[in-house]
Design a protein around this ligand. Structure first.
Ligand SMILES: [Zn+2]
Length: 85
């Protein structure tokens, strides 16, 4: 199986799109772990402004001072806790 983003060879168990329904790739293609992380990160970055709007000014300052990776984990946690939908 090939990763549809970077073209590297992956096994079925390394394909992080495996459980997705509908399956987002053609047969024989999947998403490797690295590309999956990149995609999730890209999605999180798009949500930065939305999260920023939804928090109070004090937290906004803290949010602005965070690195991109830290902001991503905040967005991820906000989703997990149901703050963002
Ligand atoms: Zn890949």
């Amino acid at each position: 199986m090939l990763c549809s983003s970077c073209g590297c060879t992956i096994t079925d168990s390394q394909n992080i799109s495996k459980e997705l329904n509908p399956y987002p790739h053609d047969k024989g293609f999947g998403t490797c772990f690295e590309c999956g992380i990149e995609k999730i990160k890209g999605m999180c970055i798009q949500l930065f402004p939305m999260l920023r709007e939804s928090i109070c000014e004090k937290h906004r300052e803290k949010f602005d001072s965070m690195s991109e990776d830290q902001k991503c984990s905040v967005v991820f946690l906000a989703f997990k806790d149901g703050v963002l939908k």
